[in-house]
Design a protein around this ligand. Structure first.
Ligand code: SAH
Length: 469
């Protein structure tokens, strides 16, 4: 069984040499190594090493006789027949080997090379002989939302007997701009999801392991139910435990910012109302007919958009299904007629994962959402929206941090909501937005929303991005 990971340097953000992947993996590119595992041996070596392209290989040599008889020295029998496919296919054995051999790399700790470890790298992983049982479409549905290009090679079972049809194994290649630790975690979790035969007993600690490995991505993954169910060998009790924990994380991450605009009661229009009004005006101005509201929350903007005839197709996306349920209620979609249901759709998704469902709209709005993302995830967000979805217009708002000193209940550099990961000053926002626009072929116009202070500006920053034709 062979797994390879290639780091190519066309796009190295840090300007370092691709052989530096050796530092992240704690494996010297010039020294092959062997590791004893319970059921065989793992070898790590580098078939190619050059400044622009370095490949590391993990080769697993499993002893099928040990598997059938049980571990050396153990009393009980093993889980497999004498003739089994385990030595040749990608299975939970490779996941175990990954954590054994690349355990530190999976934590992301890289001492002097922390910047590289935290950077998105151009990585390609090839997983040979992954059991897939005719579920090739699931390969796309599972790996693409994580930002990978997916391709796989299929085989016929036996050339002498074409009637036997296609082999259940594929050689899978995934390619993405990701952190190495995330790639390792994705592979670790997802190989057994496809293989479906764990070589060890699946108990409660597997739930912990899944949540730990999936910490940064599973709760938001559109196929999280499939992944969780399969990873936990369809054991209902464990699957339910995992779902509960994921949902709790989801609510925490997706809680709607109630206190975010500490407005004084005498104000005629709340900041929220002014903001949504400005967004609707920008959308009407750009002539959009179809709009997608990403991070739509409980649907306040959608509720205004449906009243405008100009918008014939409207979608709302949020990572939190609690928010989507509220939006569904607010828009009264349950009892709506067919044409309304056709016109407005809600779905769960994340703006940090490439998603073909975001494509094909004239305009996208991202209103008070980006500040909920961890700064390193902004890079993924930019690509998802401006490189892949590429609507003609993007309307984006985020708090103006300069203004925070005006709020009595925010102290010393505090933020407006406990789930905000950052808030930008006007200059920071403009700098970021200008760079994004230049990089992806858009122009951007800035405005401010809310009561304006001569020095501090207004509470909300808005950028309207227009694609350069
Ligand atoms: N746009 C809405 C809600 C803003 S609150 C409004 O202006 O009223 C922020 C919203 O972003 C929450 O509903 C939260 O669930 C959502 N969110 C946070 N991270 C997200 C992500 N990665 N992808 C999609 N939505 C996300």
């Amino acid at each position: 069984m062979l797994l390879t990971i290639t780091y190519t340097g066309e796009n190295t953000t840090t300007g370092e040499n691709t052989t530096d992947i050796g530092y992240l993996l704690y494996k010297n590119p010039y020294r092959p190594q062997m590791f004893e595992l319970n059921y065989g041996r793992a070898f790590v070596f580098y078939p190619e090493v050059s400044p622009a392209r370095t490949t590391v290989a993990l080769l697993l040599d499993i002893n099928p006789i040990d598997l059938a008889r049980g571990k050396k020295g153990s009393q009980g029998g093993g889980l497999f027949d004498y003739v089994n496919d385990r030595p040749y296919v990608a299975s939970s054995f490779i996941s175990t080997a990954i954590s054994h051999v690349f355990g530190t790399a999976m934590t992301g700790r890289a001492d002097k090379h922390q910047l590289l470890s935290d950077s998105l790298l151009d990585l390609t992983a090839t997983i040979n002989m992954l059991p897939c049982r005719g579920e090739q479409n699931m390969l796309n549905r599972v790996f693409e939302p994580l930002g990978y290009e997916v391709c796989y090679e299929t085989f016929i079972s036996d050339e002498c007997f074409p009637g036997w049809g296609e082999s259940k194994y594929v050689n899978l290649t995934i390619k993405g701009n990701v952190r190495l630790r995330d790639l390792l975690k994705h592979i670790y979790v997802l190989i057994p999801v496809f293989d479906r035969q764990k070589h060890y007993w699946v108990g409660e600690d597997e739930v912990e392991k899944l949540l730990r490995m999936g910490e940064d991505w599973l709760a938001e993954h559109p196929e999280r139910a499939f992944i969780t169910d399969r990873y936990l060998n369809r054991r209902r009790l464990l699957v339910n435990m995992a779902f509960e924990r994921l949902a709790a994380a989801d609510v925490e991450a997706g809680e709607l910012p109630q206190e975010e605009t500490p407005e004084k009661p005498e104000k005629k229009l709340s900041l929220n109302t002014q903001r949504l009004g400005s967004v609707v005006a920008a959308l009407k101005n750009c002539g959009a007919k179809s709009v997608i509201d990403i991070g739509c929350g409980e649907g306040n903007l959608l509720n205004l958009l449906v009243r405008e005839r100009q918008f014939s197709r409207i979608s709302g996306v949020d990572v939190s299904h609690v928010a989507l349920e509220r939006a569904n209620k607010k828009l009264k979609l349950e009892n709506a007629g067919d044409s309304m249901k056709e016109r407005i759709k809600l779905f769960q998704g994340s703006l940090t994962y490439r998603d073909t469902r975001f494509e094909g709209y004239d305009a996208a709005c991202v209103i008070e959402v980006i500040e909920h993302l961890d700064i390193p995830r902004l890079a993924a967000f930019k690509r998802v929206l401006f490189e892949y979805a590429r609507p003609r217009t993007v309307v984006l708002t985020t708090p103006n941090r300069d203004y925070n000193v005006k709020y009595d209940n925010i102290f010393d550099g505090g933020l407006r909501h406990r789930d905000h990961r950052f808030e930008w000053t006007r200059n920071e926002f403009r700098g970021w937005a200008t760079e994004v626009a230049e990089k992806h072929g858009y122009t951007v116009q800035f405005s401010e929303i809310g009561d304006t202070d001569a020095v501090l500006g207004a509470p909300t920053n808005m950028g309207v991005f227009t694609i350069c034709e």
